[in-house]
Design a protein around this ligand. Sequence first.
Ligand code: MN
Ligand code: MN
Length: 463
Amino acid sequence: MADVKELKEKLCYLKKNGLTLDSVDGSAVEQFSKGYMDFLGKAKTERLSVKEAIRLAEAAGFTEFDADQKYSAGDRVYVNNRSKSLALAVIGTEAVEKGVHIAAAHIDSPRLDLKPNPHYEEAEMALFKTHYYGGIKKYQWTTVPLALHGVFCKKDGTTVEVSIGEDENDPVFVVTDLLPHLAQDQYKRTPGELIRGEELNILIGSRPFKCDEGSELVKLNILKILNEKYGICEEDFLSAELECVPAGKPRDIGFDRSMIGSYGHDDRVCAYPCLMAAINIDTPKHTAITVLADKEETGSDGNTGMNSTFIQFFVEDLARMQGGNGYRALRNSKCLSADVNAAFDPTFPDVMERRNAAFINYGAVITKYTGSRGKGGTSDASAEFVGYIRKILDDNGVVWQTGELGKVDLGGGGTVAMYIANLGVDVVDLGVPVLSMHAPFEVVSKFDVYMTYLAVKALFDAE
Ligand code: MN
Ligand code: MN
């Protein structure tokens, strides 16, 4: 009679907690998370992510891409798309037309954007009106310290950068909420309406400009401060992009420090591994491209989103440089769409189908398809391509798992995968499982972040 244990090991798919494996180098995990936490603390918006990514890339020898120049194997270039999305390439030894290996993540995260006319005064307090960006549970964004980042683009062509609330000596801002004593009627609202979009108003000041007459003196005083500090007047808000995000730095979570808590993991937790894979790679066989995209959280549209021609034309430029064809290059290309998936939460087990849920510390999660209600709005990676990825992950010691975003028909979501798939590229989603996704403070496991890096590196290193 066959030994049951032996037979099980041979035939059954056994998932294992990565932290129980001897094969994993704990100090490498810790070192990588330190770099990630440092990046994440600076990359609070898509613009700041691009800025920090370029800083790291230039330090590693990347230069700005010139479409009229010829590059050879081992050359490192980047394209800055309007300071909000970025593509980096390390030229391979094989012709671009034979296919490139792409890792694509997004660097925008849910947040509160200021409206074009944000500034007002009410009851001798000054506030900003906001329009939330991406999918948020609005009630989570009240009574959380907020920082303000962004740019004013003035009529004289100059741009003024604003970044306030991250330094411990900076002031912060906040959306106020109703005290429980007076919340009887608020509790009668539906949960999605507990805090309404038009109630996400940010408190920015309360000191009136010292003067005997006139109205809205608190607002005037704020404008005076902004004018002195940034040289702007109220009209300059009309051509600004100002984003309110939770203030503060990433922190270790747990007595064992196995996890990281922070704003903006989705999707900088995949963007950083993709960036580091590009930075750390030697000359690859296939040209390695890392894409850091904007606008994923609002559907990937717009000229900095993945549904634009940005990447298509970048690959075409690279192919043309060698006398090749862009469309052929894309048709032969492979991509990991690096985005997060929901991690199983023991407090809310009912939304998950356990056999197909992702767990923290089980490694990078492959999501074969996203979408909702009968796989609507997904590219659904082919079995052939998932088979290929399985092999390179296993060959390179990557701990990984599969996951679905919750039970069938319970919800769903999308990533940039389908926009890249629509270019004719083979794509599958792979990334980090996240707890409290889209909240002001999200949680990931350090181990999973490192495995995502190893996964992207494995694709870049692949033959
Ligand atoms: Mn995402
Ligand atoms: Mn998201």
